[in-house]
Design a protein around this ligand. Structure first.
Ligand code: SAM
Length: 347
């Protein structure tokens, strides 16, 4: 197993057979080795810095009906909200004073957020805080729309591919959504000039280990600047409410593998990981992640953006509790930094 891990580090690649062995047969001691190697590689690019991103959940309206997602259109129990420009800007004010230099505007696919409205809010944020990065995570839009948002000053875009296997994608999404469109959007975002993030859920219903290997191959080909992965967690008011959650352990192993495949990648220890295990974020950092995304949304809407049951948005998940997060990171030998935290291009 150690040889496989060393080979992965050296070649940034493995055969499918070796990937499968690594994903299915790794033992505890070998995991500790894998995580340590991933940390060394992260350190060689980013030192001990952990970047923080202020997550503003701008809307839980969504025109899509993804079978796993708590804010899917068909979920009648959701109390819907959207934040207006003034509210988003006041979240940024709070975030900036806490030391955030990236704001992530994430939401369901909500038609209220026209290009015009988004361009206005991005311009306002950039005018007020010229040194911050604006990241968008607002789903699939047209090429023209992505271009307008980029020209308005947005720097990064997160759009998880969820799974790279078309039959699997179709089982997780309604018929009118397609993997092809998702991948086209990712290609367009890259071409437009965004730093782009993709990623998959770990342990989503119907997933096979072979599919995850295909996902890793896609990450190698696409070479994104950011990769967001987290365990699938069920939401009781969705068709997948009775399904088992994804594995924390497998998510950690995948984080390390991704760090070794793409040494410079910006890799968050996600909220889903922090929800699935109390110490999930710390363990994510120890497995090679270098980003955390505390919640900056107004307190009164946080419980309404429930993608899965028991989603954490308080404690060290909350931007107000940054000192707690800082302490936790220091404990691991890492430092939360006040920085835009761009991707580092390596030779
Ligand atoms: N609408 C945008 C999009 O589709 O990219 C952004 C918001 S969407 C809610 C953000 C991510 O949440 C999805 O890409 C998905 O991976 C994740 N997510 C949704 N439901 C989840 C669940 N039940 N468990 C884990 N992750 C989930």
């Amino acid at each position: 197993m150690k040889q496989i891990i060393d080979r992965l580090r050296q070649n940034r690649d493995l055969s499918d057979g070796d990937f499968l062995t690594l994903l299915t047969e790794i033992g505890e001691a070998e995991k500790a080795y894998l995580f340590a190697v991933a940390r060394t590689v992260r350190q060689s690019v980013y030192g001990d810095d952990v970047y923080i991103r202020g997550l503003i959940e701008v809307s839980n309206y969504c025109k899509n009906d993804c079978l796993y997602c708590g804010i899917r259109k068909s979920n009648q129990k959701v109390s819907r909200y959207r934040l207006d420009e003034k509210t988003i800007l006041s979240c940024c004010d709070v975030g900036y004073s806490l030391g955030f230099r990236t704001f992530v505007l994430q939401g369901g696919e909500d038609g209220w957020y026209t290009d015009e409205r988004l361009v206005a809010v991005i311009r306002q944020i950039k005018a007020r805080y010229p040194t911050v990065a604006v990241t968008l995570s607002l789903g699939e839009r047209s090429e023209d729309s992505y271009r307008l948002l980029f020209e308005a000053g947005a720097d990064r875009y997160l759009l998880r591919h969820e799974t790279i296997v078309p039959e699997h994608y179709q089982k997780l999404h309604p018929a009118k959504m397609s993997l092809k469109n998702r991948i086209d959007c990712l290609e367009t975002l890259k071409k437009t000039g965004f730093q782009v993030g993709c990623g998959m859920m770990v342990g989503s219903p119907f997933q096979k280990m072979e599919y995850l290997i295909e996902d890793l191959r896609f990450l190698q080909r696409f070479n994104p600047q950011m990769v967001g992965i987290g365990p699938f967690l069920p939401h009781s008011d969705t068709p997948f409410g009775e399904q088992s959650p994804g594995s924390v352990e497998l998510t950690l192993v995948l984080l390390s593998i991704i760090r070794l495949l793409l040494p410079s990648v910006l890799l968050p220890a996600t909220t889903a990981l922090g929800t699935a295990a109390e110490d999930g974020r710390e363990r994510g950092i120890l497995a090679g992640a270098n980003v955390v995304m505390p919640n900056l949304s107004p307190a009164d809407v946080r419980m309404k953006y429930l993608l899965y049951n028991n989603k954490r948005s308080y404690g060290s998940e909350a931007a107000e509790c940054l000192n707690d997060l800082k302490r936790r990171m220091e404990h691991l030998g890492c430092h939360v930094v006040v920085a835009k935290g761009d991707y580092k291009y390596m030779p």
